[in-house]
Design a protein around this ligand. Structure first.
Ligand code: TXA
Ligand code: MG
Length: 337
């Protein structure tokens, strides 16, 4: 299959909508990361997403909507709190989990009785969903296990020959995937299953918020988890990734300078001094780090790095999302100085 990469235009969106209506899979831009989109109500089309990614069948997909009508058509119950959060955070990087209607096939929900829903903040993609007239199921558009794609080039690296079309909407603004939440039983609160750009602080203005223990911990073998995605190896480039945690610039520089591995890179904030090994910078603020993280992980492969020591982000705000992704990329390998 030839994979076309086209800038968004009316014509491109029409073409994408036609492909999707015919059961094909298309690479789409969102404000978080690129998605691999298909008709969320079409089991065969969604099966193609799993095939293109090499994704385990029990890892459910997020469905992307352009209106609250699409939400109502897809789910059995909408807690009042969900409408408040939708009002404040949609369109945007917040995914909420609801009991699903039968119209959402088991392939989409990974066999679960629930479905994850979000309204992305990207005008072209919202128009595309409107043109289709049904929600688009879309996981991140990387091969299963690889860093998520934040540019059309990344999608092409992983999906060339596997899908007919990628819409090139430029670099994703946020750079980390959406915050995934479920509602607690009393309806008053939410639990964060995956941190993202909608932070705990932002959500706690509207409700009680807890963070699932698997966000920062390694799940045990055979443990039953709420979000199947946490079980799998994630975001891993070929290079070994190690997180180095310290708030002391000199200690970090000394650590890197004392390493003797070949093809070693330091992934630094960018304002450190006196580092003598090869470095890549991923930014000083948490927002910059989120925006750059996946591109930097992919770059370690392009440069043939064997090992990358990544300076640990500050674990607050969107930094918690950066840390959560890094922990998985590093297989929970953290050195504290
Ligand atoms: O920002 C994003 O969310 C991107 C863009 C493309 O929208 N999508 C994305 O999808 O990150 P994916 O498939 O890579 O991650 C979806 C996560 C997985 O960890 C999955 O286990 C969880 O959401 N999830 C999906 N449906 C769920 C459900 N019904 N219950 C619990 N977790 C669910
Ligand atoms: Mg993913």
């Amino acid at each position: 299959m030839v994979t076309e990469v086209l800038k968004p235009s009316m014509e491109t969106l029409k073409k994408a909508a036609e492909l999707i209506k015919n059961g094909e899979v298309v690479g789409i831009p969102t404000e978080t990361v690129y998605g691999l989109a298909a008709n969320a109500y079409d089991s065969n089309a969604c099966a193609k997403i799993f095939e293109a990614k090499g994704r385990p069948q029990d890892n459910p997909l997020i469905i992307h909507i352009s209106s609250l009508t699409m939400l109502k058509n897809s789910v059995r119950e909408i807690p009042p709190l969900a409408l408040i959060l939708a009002d404040n955070f949609w369109s945007g990087p917040l995914t909420m989990i609801f009991p699903k209607k039968d119209i959402v096939p088991d392939t989409t929900s990974g066999g679960l009785d629930t479905v994850a829903v979000r309204m992305p903040d990207n005008e072209d993609t919202l128009n595309l969903i409107e043109m289709c007239g049904f929600p688009l199921a879309a996981p991140s558009a990387n091969l299963s296990g690889s860093p998520s794609p934040t540019s059309a080039t990344h999608v092409f690296q992983d999906m060339n020959g596997r899908i007919p079309l990628i819409i090139d909407g430029g670099e994703c603004e946020k750079g980390v995937e959406s915050t995934v939440i479920c509602f607690t039983d009393n309806g008053k609160g939410v639990k964060i299953l995956r941190p993202g750009a909608v932070t705990e602080e932002m959500l706690s203005r509207f409700c009680e918020v807890e963070t699932d223990k698997n966000v920062f911990a390694k799940p045990m073998e055979n443990e039953k988890v709420i979000s199947p995605g946490v079980k799998y190896k994630h975001y891993s480039p070929k290079a070994k990734i190690v997180i180095v945690e310290t708030d002391n610039d000199k200690a970090f520089a000394d650590f890197l300078n004392s390493r003797e591995e070949e093809n070693l890179y330091g992934v630094i904030f960018g304002n450190e001094k006196d580092i003598k090994v090869k470095t890549m910078s991923y930014g000083i603020t948490a927002e910059e780090q989120a925006h750059n993280l996946f591109a930097v992980l992919r770059r370690t492969d392009e440069l043939g790095a064997d090992i990358a020591y990544v300076r640990c982000p500050e674990k607050k705000g969107v930094g918690t999302a950066v840390y959560n992704r890094l922990l998985r990329a590093a297989a929970f390998n953290v050195i504290k100085l």
